[in-house]
Design a protein around this ligand. Structure first.
Ligand SMILES: Cc1cc2nc3c(=O)[nH]c(=O)nc-3n(C[C@H](O)[C@H](O)[C@H](O)COP(=O)(O)O)c2cc1C
Length: 439
């Protein structure tokens, strides 16, 4: 099972995490805080840390911290210096950056971290991001045309300093220039001459990660990615999406085993389910409950206000509740109501979080991961935590040993590079199995 941990801002996935009394409210500008979370994840043998990105100020500063790190690649560079094994996955846009700069920054990070880097290559889509580059968002077709050109030019640049150039020889050449060659790739939107002045890293070049999408996005991901990250809302959805990706990977001329499908999942753990719910309630206390209560009423199929958030539903209300057919989240909500949880506690089960979440004991968390994994709904997970300062450590200390005892998570890192941790093949330069560079 592959486990990555999302450290997408300095505090946690819950917008109120920065307000918790034990949290350093200056963590946004104190990189040591994020470095410490990464070291904790490494102690548990998690395969990588992951930093998402948006190229604009995201978040209402009156209510919360900025919802993304100041800069993912520079943050990962600090993490690289204080860790030894854990993979470092950063997000960088294929829509707004130039390939030469992308290739240089990511491969430099890969070299200085001894081959632990992954690039989450995403096509930006928000108008706010384009505005920061003085641009308008392109049509989807043009967005993906640029993505293909960027991916091919970046990979070609990565391979432009050949292994055959050798190591510095103080009696001979620093490197054999015959094996450090220009790429001369020019497309409609981007291009580069090369070569890139960065030799191979310990894993050759960074691993590529892309988000799950459909149409153009799926086509691109199966050509370039070794990890696809997704947000399925149920086991059935995860299994179907993973299967579709494996089929499309084979059609693109690659081995389906070369792509790992990871599902986002969120966790809050406690010694008891009640303790975990109370941890979540301490965060929810900072948010307005009226809107979630109204949404809950609709999810339960009730057409009335829930005026008693702290009392279990009445017998009459329970008789009227009804799950939306085919909606896993609605079915879970109804089950929680029948189990006697109050509306406030039902909400504290994180039912409206963007990805499936467990608020409970380490065993309950492990059950969720095991169920999805064994149902072929995911090869692993992107872990989301409400409050990094406590939950990364709780997961490492309490959940990881349960997964290890069940034989579904490794006991320690077997290799040194991110490719080793993921079990994905070596690649240097462009993958010749996929239809050659069209740029
Ligand atoms: C799991 C997942 C993670 C994503 N992470 C990011 C991100 O960090 N930054 C970003 O700008 N977009 C992110 N996206 C959005 C995608 O890059 C993409 O632009 C969006 O899904 C729209 O793509 P489409 O035009 O193919 O529909 C993510 C999407 C998914 C599904």
């Amino acid at each position: 099972m592959i486990l990555g941990v999302a450290l997408t801002n300095s505090f946690g996935a819950h917008p109120a995490a920065w307000r918790l009394p034990h949290v350093n409210p200056e963590a946004y500008t104190d990189v040591d805080v994020t470095v410490e979370h990464a070291r904790t994840a490494e102690r548990g043998g998690l395969q990588f840390v992951f930093i998402a990105d948006r190229l604009f100020l995201h978040g209402d500063l009156a209510e919360s911290n900025p919802l993304f790190n100041m800069d993912p690649i520079i943050t990962l560079s600090a993490i690289a210096q204080s860790t030894e094994r854990i993979g470092l996955v950063g997000t960088a846009s294929t829509s707004l950056f130039e390939p030469y700069l992308l290739a240089r920054q990511l491969k430099t990070l890969d070299v200085i971290s001894s081959g632990r880097v992954g690039w989450n290559a995403i096509p930006s889509f928000e108008p706010d991001a384009f505005a920061n580059f003085g641009k308008e968002p392109p049509a989807r077709e043009n967005k993906y045309e640029r993505l293909h050109e960027v991916m091919q030019v970046v990979q070609a640049l990565w391979g432009s300093w050949g292994y055959e150039a050798g190591k510095p020889d103080q009696q001979g050449m620093y490197a054999d220039p015959a094996h450090v060659k220009p790429v001369n790739l020019y497309g409609t939107q981007v291009g580069a001459r090369g070569p890139l002045p960065v030799p191979p890293s310990e894993q050759g070049q960074p691993v590529i990660i892309m988000p799950a999408s459909s149409g153009y996005g799926l086509q691109a991901a199966v050509m370039y990615a070794n990890i696809i990250i997704a947000m399925p809302s149920s086991i059935e959805e995860g299994r179907a999406q993973r299967q579709a990706i494996r089929q499309a990977t084979a059609q693109a001329g690659r081995n389906p085993e070369d792509i790992k499908y990871l599902a986002f999942a969120g966790f809050t753990t406690g010694d008891t389910e009640r303790e975990a719910l109370d941890t979540r309630l301490a965060l929810d206390a900072h948010t307005d409950i009226r809107l979630p209560l109204a949404r809950l009423s609709s999810y339960l199929g009730l057409h009335q206000q829930l005026t008693q958030p702290d009392k279990p539903l009445t017998a009459a209300q329970l008789a009227a509740v009804q799950a939306h057919p085919g909606d896993a989240r609605s079915a879970r909500t109804v089950a929680l109501a029948h189990a006697g949880w109050s509306p406030r506690d039902i909400l504290a089960h994180a039912i409206f979080d963007p990805s499936p979440s467990v608020v409970g004991t380490a065993e309950q968390v492990a059950d969720h991961l095991q169920e999805w994994f064994e149902a072929d709904a995911a090869d692993g997970f992107m872990l989301n935590f409400d409050d990094f300062s406590t939950e990364v450590g709780n997961f490492v200390d309490d959940v990881v040993p349960v997964l290890q005892a069940r034989g579904i998570f490794h006991n320690t890192y077997k290799g040194k590079t991110l490719r080793d941790h993921l079990g994905v093949p070596a690649q240097y330069g462009f993958d010749s199995r996929v239809a050659g560079p069209s740029v």
